[in-house]
Design a protein around this ligand. Sequence first.
Ligand code: BES
Ligand code: MN
Ligand code: MN
Length: 456
Amino acid sequence: MNEQVTAYLEEHHDRFLEELKDLLRIPSISADSKYANDVRLGAQFIHQQLESMGCDTELVETAGHPIVYGEWLKAEGAPTVLVYGHYDVQPPDPLDEWISPPFEPTIRDEHIYARGATDDKGQMFTHVKSVEAWLKTVGELPVNVKFVIEGEEEVGGENLDEFLKNNQDRCRADVAVVSDTAQYGPGIPAITYGLRGIVACEIHLQGPSQDLHSGVFGGAVANPVNVLARLIASLHDDAGHCQIPGFYDDVVPLTDEERQNFAALPFDDAEFAQSLGISGTFGEAGYSTLERRWGRPTCDVNGITGGYQGEGPKTIVPAKASAKITCRLVPNQNADAILASLESYLRGQLPPGIQLTFRRFHGCPAVVCDLNSPYMAAARRAVAVGFGKEPVLIREGGSIPVVGSFKEFLGIDTLLLGWGQNTDNLHSPNEKFSLSAFRQGILASAALWHELANNS
Ligand code: BES
Ligand code: MN
Ligand code: MN
């Protein structure tokens, strides 16, 4: 690694942290249209950063929130790296569970606390700062870099795909880099080579045209909440197998080698359960917890509504009920086919008097990346430089839709270099990012440009 670069990182680290705090103060909540202007401020902040360090940039307008594009392409003959991140964040609710307010970044116990600290502002920013360090010291980068930083990741927006489709030449690269996952554990840096995909839907059951007296009418009409409960119960058998017809048909089974690799990672089921406040783990029979989380598909109800929720009893047959459902997918499963099968499975169980409306949302397929590419080898070395330890290779259960899009539209693999921890409370109150991960992530990123140039 270049000494001028490391010296610059040391010297300017406090300012980097202050800048990250400025970014975290912007409530760029993509799901809530009230915050549309703040989302734009988030985009402008990143745009300004890339601009001032010498990238050619564009704030790209979309049908939704803007995309920030920036490029530095003067490393002739060297590989081109596409850096992706997202500047939008999840809503901060429930607000009263935050120890310090979500958009007032606060440092406590060696972490920075704020919505977006780890997902993804803090992680994404490490790449912005490492590029700045190279350009402000050496005056050039060892590789060509293209930044695509979006503002609709948390709402599964389709505008980024549109942008990639329409700008394939502009986005052309040899490999993508994304820091939006986690290390394996504290002090155990990791590179993630697989992610699950996702499909989402919402179901509405309509019974009678309004709530009815349950004494006068109960027993003579189907109750939408009762029916919803039956439908949900029909999704799994007692051994945790999903019962949607054909659900596992296309699943690529985990290889013995992969199962051995998972089993070789330090993992304690009881400790894991305890950390979640539960008395034990539960899932599909025949698989370990890591296998269930990383390599097996799931079907989860995210929320249900229906009937009377107020104080005291109320004797009604409710008129309607609804639920939101997501399935996590593994490689080779087809999102549309899963939703089609789910819909017809549910429709086949409806009693007379209940109407089902099935609303489909956009999904994304699972991805598994090449472990033997020269880019992967370079990334392993760079993470070792930044974190002082060889990374372990893992898969993750979460989804990053753009990784599949990079494969589809640009034909490239993604290096998932996660600096976070799964205990960073992402999507939850008191989200945080470790100060040392911020420092080490910037260093690993700075080393990555050098390693990619030397190995590809
Ligand atoms: N950064 C996460 C995904 C993630 C988190 C992957 C931890 C692996 C480990 C991302 O921002 C996210 O929340 N993705 C959503 C995607 C959905 C909204 C389409 C997810 O996984 O629920
Ligand atoms: Mn994220
Ligand atoms: Mn997220």
